[in-house]
Design a protein around this ligand. Structure first.
Ligand SMILES: Cc1cc2nc3c(=O)[nH]c(=O)nc-3n(C[C@H](O)[C@H](O)[C@H](O)COP(=O)(O)OP(=O)(O)OC[C@H]3O[C@@H](n4cnc5c(N)ncnc54)[C@H](O)[C@@H]3O)c2cc1C
Ligand code: SF4
Ligand code: SF4
Ligand code: FES
Length: 643
């Protein structure tokens, strides 16, 4: 049981003023602003409001700021970058229990095995003086979420018990602060009784309620994935993303580079991002993976009620009601949605949209902080594509498997993910092949041998080459899918490894003859024992020299001796543009290759690479952690995988 003290209202003011005078801390608290409430810096205890219903923005802004400099770099030096760890100790006063619980949820995401050091440091140097709810927001349903009170997650908790305040001590840090600055008395039995009475009184003030217990949100959502409710309600959505911005349990973010006006220095910054925005899933090729608003609208509720619930065990809604206040067309409130669905069917299979096979990430450096590397060799592949050999400056091998990817940083421009194009080796060098599509890729194409870049990774799971041993391999690549496939092909055809695999069939499709990559290597592959390599192009313009097949990649399938292939003993790997998968997989199934023998590598927008920023999600799955390589049998039932 927590130790409880009491303090007179006057002494509470004195305590807070003493905290404000202690220049070791920035003291922030709840203040009123235009009839509403905000967390802001306190100049005097008299500004503090502990009778607030809800603040406009939750205190998450102090742990994951809306705009944050992650690192600073000097563009005049080849590679000088420093993480921005100047984080000032802070005391936050007036956080309500639902926001305390939201922070505890955020801890699970940001302090997991791949810790976000920026968030961690802020958590460590922040003292939380929470306060029990006195007035309830019209839109809050915290009571029915059991988030209206809490007995942990704070350093101190204030409860207004009429003539004085009760202070529940939640940590040693809180206790020390009280001892240093406050005049308190031990709480008597009557005071403790009053805390209970005050909480019960507040409970009666709730007007909103969610009918379904939060443990059941997941099953009702899963059963109603295809319900008309998503389209019906999202029809009115103006795509402003206010609902995610004001939510204490929404923490997706974007990372961008900003350069000073004199072009000499710059910052890599992190900003809040929202899954309701169309660009959230947009990739360089222009593809948007949740194109329709109904899908983005549904994603927000599924992330809260199902995806994070399956992964971390909590419903990512604490019933604060902020989204409901912020949403002009009044469609954002989870209690409304869940109440409408509560009498609908429920599903027993709540993990249907989720697979958890996280890759252990080898990186131990600060999240988002790249390692310094040098471009060693550049080879032009086509007009829009180049191969880069990159060496890590610490001379340590990158490690990694075919199918994994790295995040490449060019300070002043940004960061982008690229698959490993070379097979694993013990050398510090590796290769990536890059198609010029936007800012980072265009800048890379302008760089020269000797230039410095940043590398994070390798990330993702890669191909399970061990499981491929003793099997025939059918490797199908379309367009730039050949980049990661080249890594796998060169691994399996390597003299050291070739005997481990049976027949190898390589099928490769490009749009035009001039877009065929690695032509010299393809000739070598064709010469390998028991290896078939077939190429096709979608079209051939007049004047282009091409004697090979013309047609989509699926036209190659009838040309291989399927009758001779032991399909049950064949592993198929497919990498290519999104549109290719459905048709190729159908052809593989027609050949009798079982779904569990088919592997695909999927592309999605990526920012963090470590399961935090939320961009790469396919339903409940993080492509950066559980992919990009997936077993088709496991992923085929995820509605967002091949749409
Ligand atoms: C796992 C994986 C492996 C990839 N492998 C390769 C490869 O080997 N070769 C290659 O040429 N391309 C590859 N891509 C695509 C490549 O990441 C994009 O073309 C690149 O991010 C575009 O960045 P940009 O700044 O030039 O374009 P812009 O359109 O200016 O992109 C702006 C930002 O959006 C993000 N973004 C844009 N497109 C993508 C995308 N497709 N995927 C993820 N984030 C994106 C990036 O963070 C980028 O900083 C891969 C993508 C993924 C997810
Ligand atoms: S649900 Fe409401 S707040 Fe959220 S994006 Fe749509 S209109 Fe904006
Ligand atoms: S979804 Fe709405 S009610 Fe739930 S925590 Fe977020 S802002 Fe509050
Ligand atoms: S969650 Fe950030 S890239 Fe996957």
């Amino acid at each position: 049981m927590n130790q409880i003290k009491t303090i007179s209202k006057n002494d509470l003011n004195n305590f807070i003023n003493k905290l404000i005078q202690d220049k070791n801390y920035e003291v922030v608290g709840v203040k009123s602003k235009d009839k509403r409430y905000v967390f802001d810096q306190l100049e005097n205890a008299s500004e503090l409001r502990l009778d607030h219903d809800v603040t406009i923005i939750p205190p998450k802004k102090y742990f994951l700021p809306q705009y944050e400099t992650l690192m600073k770099y000097d563009l005049e030096k080849q590679f000088e970058v420093k993480p921005n760890m100047e984080i000032k100790p802070r005391i936050i006063i007036g956080i309500h229990p639902y926001d305390v619980i939201a922070l505890e949820q955020m801890d699970k995401v940001y302090l997991d095995s791949q810790t976000d050091d920026f968030y961690k440091k802020r958590r460590e140097v922040t003292i939380i003086i929470a306060s029990d709810i006195q007035n309830v927001s019209e839109c809050s349903f915290a009571a029915s979420m059991n988030t209206n009170t809490t007995d942990k997650g704070f350093d101190l908790l204030l409860t207004n018990i009429e003539t004085k305040y009760a202070i529940t001590i939640g940590s040693e840090k809180g206790k020390r602060l009280l001892e240093k600055y406050a005049k308190t008395e031990d709480a008597k039995e009557v005071d403790i009784k009053k805390i209970d009475e005050v909480r019960k009184k507040t409970l009666r003030k709730y007007k909103k309620k969610v009918i379904l217990p939060k443990e059941e949100w997941s099953s009702v959502l899963v059963a109603n994935y295809d319900s008309g409710i998503w389209e019906e309600r999202s029809d009115r959505c103006i795509e402003c993303s206010s609902c995610t911005m004001v939510c204490p349990t929404c923490y997706c973010y974007d990372v961008k580079d900003e350069v000073s006006l004199n072009l000499k220095t710059g910052n890599r910054i992190r900003t809040w991002d929202g899954c309701l925005l169309k660009d959230f899933t947009k990739v360089g090729s222009g593809e948007v993976f949740r194109e329709e608003i109904k899908d983005r609208y549904r994603h927000r509720f599924f992330r809260k009620g199902n995806y994070l619930h399956e992964r971390y065990g909590f419903v990512a809604c604490v019933g604060c009601g902020r989204c409901s206040i912020a949403c002009l067309p009044d469609i954002a409130d989870p209690s409304d949605v869940i109440n409408s669905l509560s009498h609908h069917k429920k599903s027993d299979d709540t993990s249907k949209f989720f697979i958890k096979q996280e890759t252990k990430i080898a990186e131990t450096n600060i999240i988002h902080m790249p390692r310094k590397a040098t471009i060693k060799r550049i080879e032009k592949l086509t007009d829009a594509e180049k191969l880069f050999e990159i060496e890590l400056d610490d001379k340590k091998p990158l490690g990694g498997k075919p199918g994994q990817f790295v995040e490449v940083s060019i300070f002043g421009v940004g960061e982008a993910p690229f698959g490993l194009a070379s097979p694993p080796s013990d050398s510090p060098s590796f290769e990536i092949a890059v198609r010029k599509v936007g800012n980072v890729t265009s800048k890379l194409h302008k760089m020269s041998v000797g230039d410095k870049i940043g590398i994070r990774g390798p990330f993702g799971n890669g191909f399970d080459v061990k499981a491929m041993e003793g099997k025939n391999l059918m490797l199908t690549a379309g367009g730039i899918g050949m980049y990661p496939m080249r890594s796998l092909i060169n691994y399996v055809l390597d003299k050291k490894n070739r005997k481990k695999f049976k027949q190898i069939i390589i099928l490769y499709g490009a749009k035009r003859p001039k877009e065929i990559l690695f032509t010299n290597e393809i000739e070598e592959w064709k010469k390998c024992d028991d290896t078939v390599c077939k190429l096709t192009v979608d079209r051939c313009e007049q004047g282009e020299c091409w004697q090979g097949d013309i047609g989509l990649i699926t036209t190659l399938f009838p040309k291989i001796r399927v009758d001779k292939l032991d399909s049950k003993n064949t592993i198929a790997v497919v990498v290519g543009p999104p549109v290719m998968y459905k048709f190729v997989i159908k052809s593989l199934q027609t050949m009798g290759i079982p779904d569990e023998n088919i592997f695909v590598s999927l592309e999605r927008r990526m920012k963090c690479g470590v399961g935090k920023c939320g961009h790469c999600q396919i339903n409940g799955v993080y492509v950066c952690k559980e992919g990009p390589v997936f077993n088709y049998k496991e992923i085929k039932n995820l509605p967002e995988a091949f749409e």
